[in-house]
Design a protein around this ligand. Sequence first.
Ligand code: HEC
Length: 127
Amino acid sequence: MKNLLLASALLFLVSCNEKASKTNSNYPAGTEPEVNIVEQGKVLFEGRGNCTACHKEDQKVIGPSIREMAQIYKTEKADMQAFLRGETPAIIDPEKYEIMKVNLEITKAMTDEERAALEAYIYSFAP
Ligand code: HEC
């Protein structure tokens, strides 16, 4: 009986943990995302997304720097995941949107979790 209680307590803890790691899909300004989701975003940003080709940490290359994107989206309280789904217009550099638009095909094909991870990674550069 005691063991059974212990086992169900453990099970409860484990399922709570699982939930906790999945609740980061909409990262609001001011709260810290978990390190693992940021790491996952970094991997996508540098790997499959190929975002680093145009977005560097601090300097503008072809696209705005990651820090600038984090700063502006945070200040404007804009929805980056919606942008990555192709649903909202560019707010940083609308004249160059055509260059970015092509890459939205990649992010549109991603899952909600993957877009949330990209956002969490970018937001980890916010001041
Ligand atoms: C070929 C170059 C290029 C690549 C690759 C690229 N981007 Fe961009 N990106 C741009 C340019 C140029 C802009 C500025 C135009 C704009 O604001 O939409 C931009 C803007 C953005 C913005 C700001 C949108 C806004 O509201 O103005 C975000 C967020 C962004 N990119 C995310 C990404 C992510 C995530 C990836 C990888 C999946 C990526 N970009 C890959 C060129 C690129």
